[in-house]
Design a protein around this ligand. Structure first.
Ligand code: ADP
Ligand code: MG
Length: 240
C-alpha cells in the first residue's frame, strides 16, 4: 500500500532523510520509533506529500507522491493523518469538523456527510459531543475526533505522528484503543509512537530510525527479541 524507495531529503545542507527504504503492505501496521529529531515526522509527512523530498520515490496505493502530475490534494484526502496536537478546526463544531472536507473535497451532500460523521462519532464514543467545539473537549476526546475526521474520508491508509504524546497519561489508552480496533479491522497504518506496549501488541513491524536513517526494520517479535542493533537497543533500554 505504501512503498518508500531510496528516499533522501535535505533542508539546505542538512540531510534529514538518508536513503530510506521500506514497505507497508495492505492491512499492515508499522510502528516507527527513534530519538527526537531523527526524522520520523519528516518521513511520514513525505508519505502524504506534506513535505517534498529530493531523491527516491514514494507510492501510495499505486500513486507516486513526488511525481509532477500527481494530484496531491486528492492523494492527501485518501491518506488520513493524525498529529500530536490534534489540529482540529477550533471555530467549527465537532460535527462540522467531520463534515467539511467530506462536502468540499469529496462532494458528499450535507446529509450524507452528517450521517457518516454520526457513525464515526459513535464509533469513537463521542456521539454526545457532536455540537460542542474542540476546546470544550479533553485532549483524548479531541484526538478521537481527529481520528474520526480522518476516517470520514474513507482513507486507504492512516498515518499517525505521536498521537498520544500530548495527552495526559490517563487519556493515552482511550486513543490507543481506537487505533488498536482500527488495526484489527485491517486498516493500513504507519504510526510514529513511543508506546512500546502498543507496538508489541498491534504492530506487524517496527522501524527504528536514527539520524535520518532506517537502522532497523523488522517483524515485531524480532524487534523485541534478543538481537537488536546497537542503537535500537540503547534507545529501547530507556523505554522498556
Ligand atoms: P522527529 O519527528 O524524529 O523528532 P523531525 O522529522 O521533526 O524529527 O526532524 C528531523 C530533523 O530535521 C531535526 O533535526 C529537525 O530539527 C530538522 N527539521 C525539521 N523541520 C525542519 C525545517 N523545516 N527546516 C530545517 N530543519 C528541519
Ligand atoms: Mg516528530
Amino acid at each position: 500500500m505504501i512503498t518508500i524507495d531510496s528516499v533522501s531529503k535535505w533542508y539546505g545542507d542538512f540531510q534529514v532523510l538518508k536513503n530510506c527504504t521500506t514497505t507497508v503492505e495492505k492491512g499492515a501496521v508499522v510502528v516507527v520509533c527513534g530519538p527526537s529529531g531523527s526524522g520520523k515526522s519528516t518521513l511520514i509527512k513525505c508519505v502524504n506529500g506534506l513535505e517534498d523530498f529530493q531523491e527516491g520515490t514514494i507510492t501510495v496505493a499505486g500513486t507516486s507522491v513526488g511525481a509532477p502530475d500527481t494530484d496531491l490534494p486528492k492523494l492527501r484526502s485518501r491518506v488520513g493523518m493524525v498529529f500530536q496536537n490534534f489540529e482540529l478546526f477550533p471555530h467549527l463544531s465537532i460535527m462540522d469538523n467531520l463534515t467539511i472536507a467530506q462536502e468540499k473535497v469529496l462532494g458528499r451532500s450535507r446529509s450524507e456527510a452528517a450521517e457518516k460523521a454520526r457513525q464515526l462519532l459513535a464509533r469513537v464514543d463521542l456521539s454526545a459531543q457532536a455540537q460542542k467545539y474542540p476546546l470544550q473537549l479533553s485532549g483524548g476526546q479531541q484526538q478521537r475526533v481527529a481520528i474520526a475526521r480522518a476516517l470520514a474520508m474513507d482513507p486507504v491508509a492512516m498515518l499517525f505522528d505521536e498521537p498520544t504524546s500530548a495527552l495526559d497519561p490517563e487519556m493515552v489508552s482511550e486513543v490507543l484503543d481506537v487505533m488498536t480496533s482500527l488495526a484489527r479491522e485491517g486498516m493500513t497504518m504507519m504510526c510514529v509512537t513511543h508506546e512500546m506496549g502498543f507496538a508489541r501488541k498491534v504492530a506487524d513491524r517496527v522501524i527504528f530510525i536514527d539520524k535520518g536513517e532506517i537502522v532497523d526494520d523488522r517483524p515485531t517479535e524480532d524487534f523485541f527479541g534478543k538481537e537488536r542493533s546497537g542503537r535500537a537497543e540503547q534507545f529501547l533500554s530507556k523505554l522498556l
